[in-house]
Design a protein around this ligand. Structure first.
Ligand SMILES: C[S@@+](CC[C@H](N)C(=O)[O-])C[C@H]1O[C@@H](n2cnc3c(N)ncnc32)[C@H](O)[C@@H]1O
Length: 215
């Protein structure tokens, strides 16, 4: 599916999120607080859009993704960024090798998020951090209602007009509504071994940033 949307992925992102995704990406950097010299894994990095602000903060970033077409678009756009094609379910990295890891809008798309949370735990060093940026549950009921209507009705129409793969964006709405809420994701992280789990709602909970530490 991501191979189909790769050429227009970043344009569609801006459209679907009404430009909010840029702000969310800066919030990811704040949560990671990257230090120069640190090595950070950006998992499910796609075209590398989520990696750029982290790199700008001074850390070295490895962008890993399963879909070659996404990585190829990224590689053309960011020739000096390190991209690795690899499966989040079986990361091609050694234990304890990263100071931190992050995944933006990727965990919802994998076959088994619990396995990916355990893989992230394995590759981050003790004392290191994980930051997960994912769609979540708006905290106010009226906003939730409007948002779910937008996902069900407006998003598929917008996708038909602007994207070559409208089905992918119908899937987006369905997968967001089926995804666990803030507390549910925190429980999954805890089950994978992560500690000091905290989350912050962005745009009223449309997106949540979860942050945790490996003991
Ligand atoms: C919505 S995009 C997010 C890209 C980027 N993180 C961003 O914020 O723009 C989701 C990405 O997850 C990747 N993905 C899906 N399953 C994966 C897996 N098992 N391992 C690694 N990446 C995967 C897709 O190829 C796609 O590039």
């Amino acid at each position: 599916m991501f191979a189909e949307v790769a050429p227009r992925y970043d344009l569609m992102n801006d459209l679907v999120s009404l430009g909010q995704d840029r702000r969310w990406r800066h919030d990811v950097v704040d949560a990671l607080a990257p230090q120069p010299g640190e090595v950070i894994l950006d998992l499910a990095a796609g075209t590398g859009t989520s990696s750029v602000p982290i790199r700008r903060a001074g850390a070295s970033v490895i962008s890993a993704d399963l879909t070659e077409a996404m990585v190829m678009v990224g590689h053309r756009r960011l020739p000096d960024q390190v991209f690795v094609v690899g499966d989040a379910m079986r990361l091609p990295f050694a234990d304890d090798g990263f100071d931190a890891a992050t995944i933006s809008f990727g965990l919802r798309n994998v076959a088994d998020p619990a396995v990916v949370l355990a893989e992230l735990y394995r590759v981050v060093r003790p004392g290191g951090t994980v930051v997960i940026c994912e769609f979540s549950r708006p905290t106010m009921a009226p906003m939730r209602l409007v948002y779910h209507q937008w996902l069900k009705r407006a998003l598929p129409v917008a996708a038909r007009i602007a994207s070559s793969d409208a089905a992918a964006y119908s899937y987006l709405g369905e997968s967001i509504m089926a995804w666990p809420d803030q507390r549910g994701l925190a429980a999954m992280m805890e089950a994978a071994g992560w500690e000091e789990i905290q989350w912050r709602n962005l745009t009223g909970g449309i997106v949540a940033l979860h942050r945790a530490t490996k003991p």
